[in-house]
Ligand binder design. Structure first.
Ligand code: NIG
Ligand code: FE
Length: 434
């Protein structure tokens, strides 16, 4: 008998990609659908998946019995690119943008990332913890069970460490797992506006060693873009980070084709993210190095850009494609992976199956968790989202709607949608007791 401390029953369907991660080319579109199955887990890991009527003859359960309420069960979403810790908000800039000002114009006038940097430097750690906590709660209601979270709004050693420390503290107590990333090279801080070499020196000689020493970040990320970090500057900073033992991620080819994708491949980065303007040369290099393309269609949408990343070309060339929200106060203020999946289908022409795999198993690969998260398989974390639909096509077809009913993280029920109350006595249910 297999021992379990948690089981999930009353499942209409399990819908899941299957590893090993990453899923490439045609494999990305392969979803496995299983009916009338139960899932058993122990110590947070799935230990048995089988027909519900065979559960008790195979599994000895001491612990919680959870019902999926007849819902459809998918792996919990993995969001491999977020900026969840920040002070203030950018609603004023958002209003300027919908009146015609561009993101770059606002940034050039001292707004944008530097606006949030100021508010984040000024914010108290306890307030940042409270706000981050709320943002993660919203993620959970959207079916997200694991994220990557970046610093990058401190731009000095103390404030960057403060952000990373917030990530660590929230990670310890919140159901969502957070993989931490140091993004000190998100912008040049105002103190070094005219002395980029000075800030690069601080980054390499002070900030990276301090972050390494603190143990607060697994990845090092950089905004490689025209007007921010050039290819040469990025190469120097990221080489230094790699030599210190960080794994690498890039914000690459978001506004222009600077060659960030190719540089990410050259340095063996785990992922290059954004890629709206990625070149064919960079795509080939990424396919060769296995560098994941983390695509962020929410950013194109929220910035009202006509350019979306060339998902089809990336998939056809064998690059591991993943999806993320890019949740941040400026360019993509959403925690909805469901909305991101919709945008991926409608604006990047991914199929629904591809988009689901990209938001789960390949997203896990893009943060080094391909063997632990992103699919419902024995040996993986028991991270599952339970949806209100019978057919997974509804996830995209009935768009802009949160379909998540319940969420299970490492075998524990961590979210349940409140019972709705409809006062519709004059409707078709008229005369029935509510
Ligand atoms: O991923 N591209 C750079 N960084 C973020 C935006 C950050 C902000 O606007 O605050 C991004 O889009
Ligand atoms: Fe980002």
């Amino acid at each position: 008998m297999i021992k379990a401390d948690s089981v999930l029953v009353d499942i209409r369907k399990i819908v899941t990609p299957k590893g090993p991660a990453p899923l490439l080319k045609d494999k990305l579109a392969e979803l496995h659908v299983m009916e009338n199955m139960a899932i058993a887990s122990k110590d947070g890991f799935i230990v048995w998946i089988g027909p519900e009527d065979e559960l008790t003859s195979n599994v000895e359960v001491q612990g919680n019995w959870y019902s999926a309420g007849g819902g459809t069960v998918l792996p919990g979403f993995v969001d491999p690119h977020t900026h969840p810790v920040f002070g203030g908000n950018r609603t004023a800039e958002f209003n300027m943008r919908i009146r015609g000002k561009s993101y770059s114009e606002i940034a050039a006038a001292g707004g944008g990332i530097l606006n949030t940097m100021k508010a984040t430097r000024e914010a108290e750690e306890k307030d940042l913890i409270a706000d981050t906590w709320e943002r993660l709660n919203t993620m959970l209601t959207e079916g997200i069970t694991t994220i990557e979270g970046k610093s990058g709004y401190g731009l000095d050693t103390e404030s960057e460490i403060k952000q990373l420390s917030v990530i660590e503290q929230v990670d310890k107590v919140h159901a969502i797992d957070i993989v931490p990333t140091f993004l000190g090279a998100h912008e040049y801080p105002p103190e070094y506006k005219n002395d980029h070499e000075g800030y690069i020196k601080i980054l390499i000689e002070e900030m990276l060693p301090a972050v390494k020493e603190s143990g607060l970040a697994k990845y090092c990320d950089i905004f490689t873009e025209e007007g921010v970090y050039s290819i040469e500057e990025s190469r120097r900073i990221m080489r230094a980070a790699k030599d210190m033992g960080f794994e690498l991620k890039f914000h690459a080819d978001e506004m222009t084709d600077l060659g960030g994708g190719k540089l990410a491949a050259e340095l063996g980065a785990v992922s290059a993210d954004h890629l709206m303007f990625v070149s064919d040369e960079s795509i080939k290099a990424m396919a060769k190095s296995g560098t994941a393309a983390v695509l962020l269609p929410g950013t194109s949408f929220f910035l009202m850009m006509s350019n979306y990343a060339p998902a089809r070309k990336l998939i056809e060339n064998g690059v591991p494609v993943a999806l993320a929200t890019d949740f941040n106060p400026g360019s993509s203020h959403t925690q909805s992976m469901q909305m991101i999946i919709t945008l991926a289908c409608l604006n990047m022409k991914m199929t629904i199956e591809e988009a689901i795999s990209a938001a789960t198993i390949n997203a896990a690969y893009a943060i080094g968790l391909g063997d632990k998260a992103g699919s419902i398989e024995v040996g993986k974390w028991a991270d599952m989202a339970i949806f209100d639909f019978k057919d997974y096509n509804e996830l995209v077809y009935n768009w802009g709607v949160n379909h998540v009913e319940r969420v299970i993280k490492k075998g524990s029920l961590v979210y349940i949608r409140q019972q709705n109350f409809f006062n519709t006595l004059s409707g078709p249910s008229s005369g029935k007791f509510l």
